[in-house]
Design a protein around this ligand. Structure first.
Ligand SMILES: [Zn+2]
Length: 106
């Protein structure tokens, strides 16, 4: 599991929690209202998309030229999600998660 996959899994968990809380009429973990957490999840996914766009541009500038799908699926040796500063920052809230790696700390 790379850092992008780790983040997408945590976002999906938060989103599921928010949807359940919205249906039950309860509040989510962390005290965030469900709608607020759903917006947060979409924001995080958008940041992941923007970071991937940036990775594609950087790859092209280096003359490598892999697509976003190639980079996402680990087919470019020059681009690793684990080395992306934005992704490392986004993962900080889950730094104590059992699947989080110390190497991902910013
Ligand atoms: Zn490449």
């Amino acid at each position: 599991m790379d850092l992008r996959e780790f983040l997408l899994a945590r976002i999906a968990e938060d989103e599921a929690r928010a949807r359940t809380a919205a249906e039950d009429g309860t509040t989510c973990t962390g005290g965030w209202p469900p709608q607020r957490l759903l917006v947060e999840c979409e924001t995080r996914r958008e940041l992941l998309r923007l970071d991937l766009d940036q990775a594609v541009c950087e790859d092209a500038d280096r003359g490598c030229g892999h697509s976003g799908t190639d980079i996402e699926q680990g087919r470019c040796e020059r681009q690793s999600a684990d080395d992306r500063p934005l992704l490392r920052a986004l993962a900080l809230p889950w730094s104590t998660h059992p699947q989080h790696r110390d190497a991902w700390l910013p």
